[in-house]
Each structure stands twice: as C-alpha cells, then as structure tokens.
Design a protein around this ligand. Structure first.
Ligand SMILES: [Mg+2]
Length: 136
C-alpha cells in the first residue's frame, strides 16, 4: 500500500478495471479538480447515508424485507454503487490498493477479535475479556 497520490488507478484485478472505468468517466467530464481526498471522503459518507435512508425507522426484521421490495431494491443497488464508485476513486487518488487494504484490515481484525473471545456477541475489541488483561 502506498500513500503517494497517483493518476493511475491503484490495485489489481476487478478493482483496477473498475478504477479505470471510473477514471474515464471522470476525465470525460473534467471532474478531476473536484475529486480531492476531502470531497471524495465526504461524498462516500453522503452516499452511505443515502443507503441508510432506505432502512430508517425499520426494525432489523423489516430491514431484510426492504431488500426484497422490488421498488426499493434497484435504488439500494444504486446507492451501493455510488458508495463503491467514490471509495474506489478515493483509493485511486490516494494510491491505496483497496483489496490489499481489506486483506490487511481483516488480518488486524482477526488479532483484535479472536474467535474464542468474540464469538456470538458484538462487543468492541477493547471491551473483550483477555486472559492477560488486568482490571482497574
Ligand atoms: Mg446516491
């Protein structure tokens, strides 16, 4: 992973192909000046909120039913795409390989959330009872 800004999409495989398609879309419209790290990070959050809006005021059970709603489903897929497009674009300009970042974070999470301490509950890693932890 690199922190060097780049005009070449970072990553490999499908992420790289998607990043190249996004770059072409952005370049055709001359939107590069607007795609700085701050704007893209904010846009990811806005699009994530648009995804959440479909589930506002729903119970957990109702949220599963929303996914099966034929009117809501295409809109939800569009919001997922918006989040991913902006996140992939953020990774490109930041020189982050998204697949490598995910693999590294999963490895860190595996250390933070050992199966024996985290199975079946949702406590945050710093609230897990570790054998070597001291109280007080
Ligand atoms: Mg949207």
């Amino acid at each position: 992973m690199s922190n060097t800004p780049s005009s070449t999409p970072a990553g490999s495989g499908e992420f790289r192909a998607l990043a190249e398609a996004i770059h072409a879309f952005v370049a055709e419209r001359e939107w590069q000046p607007f795609h700085d790290p701050k704007n893209l990070a904010m846009a990811v959050a806005v699009e994530a909120a648009e995804l959440m809006e479909h589930f506002r005021w729903c119970s957990s059970e109702q949220s599963r039913a929303v996914l099966a709603d034929p009117r809501a489903r295409p809109e939800i897929e569009h919001e997922v795409a918006d989040v991913l497009i902006l996140l992939i674009e953020f990774c490109s300009i930041a020189g982050i390989d998204p697949a490598a970042a995910v693999r590294a974070k999963l490895q860190l999470n595996a250390q933070r959330y050992p199966v024996a301490l985290s199975k079946g509950h949702s406590r945050k890693y710093n609230d897990l009872q570790r054998p070597d932890s001291t109280t007080g």
